[in-house]
Design a protein around this ligand. Sequence first.
Ligand code: APR
Length: 234
Amino acid sequence: MIRVGKQNRVFILTGAGVSAESGIPTFRGAGGLWRNYRIEAVASPEAWARDPVLVWEFYSMRRKMAKAARPNAAHVALAELESKIGERLFLCTQNVDNLHEQAGSTHVTHMHGELLKTRCERCLREPFADDACYEPPVAIPRCECGGKLRPHICWFGEVPFKLDSIFAELERCALFVAIGTSGVVEPAASFVAQVRARARTYYVGPELPANHSAFEECFQGEAGKIVPDLFRLD
Ligand code: APR
């Protein structure tokens, strides 16, 4: 159980594990490969330059999976926490699905982008909602400017989104809770080390993450079973 004081600001970082019980496979677990491609081989600017058709096939497959998925008890519990503590909760997710939003969370920071959005690789038009699948023989979609339209995802080698607000929140949170993330991908894997000197730090997941020594306590188990009863509000 994690006690949340009346003034405490809570930083929650979620990873693929929070969506596992909704049927979306994690990246580094058993089902983590796609057609024997490692995620790094299809989620990178190099892959996009080399074979944009393959990249859109990968993201079209992920869009289909995400559209078939429903929030689980962990997503619902985090939405309820937001309804109770409001803007004292900063929900930062590495996930690109919209299950937090489907569960009712209204302030979600998607540091790795959003699967159901598309943007132009060339011009500065805003990313736009798009759940379409672009698989052969459907051509790569084009922007009016002539640029190729790409998934609104932060690929390996690109800079994650909203880092300013993330680091600002890390500076002032009293509680840091990571849920379902293996702690191997930066910069998210180092967030806990940045806050542990002055915030309480917890991890939730069935196996210890790579950065487990930085957490003061690890709740071992599935998010859908642990998160609903995890927080006690003063
Ligand atoms: N509940 C909680 N955690 C779970 C569950 C569950 N039911 N099932 C699996 N996990 C844990 C695993 O033990 C693992 O530690 O979720 C974690 C998933 O780790 P990864 O697959 O590495 O996913 P993540 O840490 O989110 O990856 C970070 O890497 O591939 C990139 O951009 C991608 O955002 C992703 C980033």
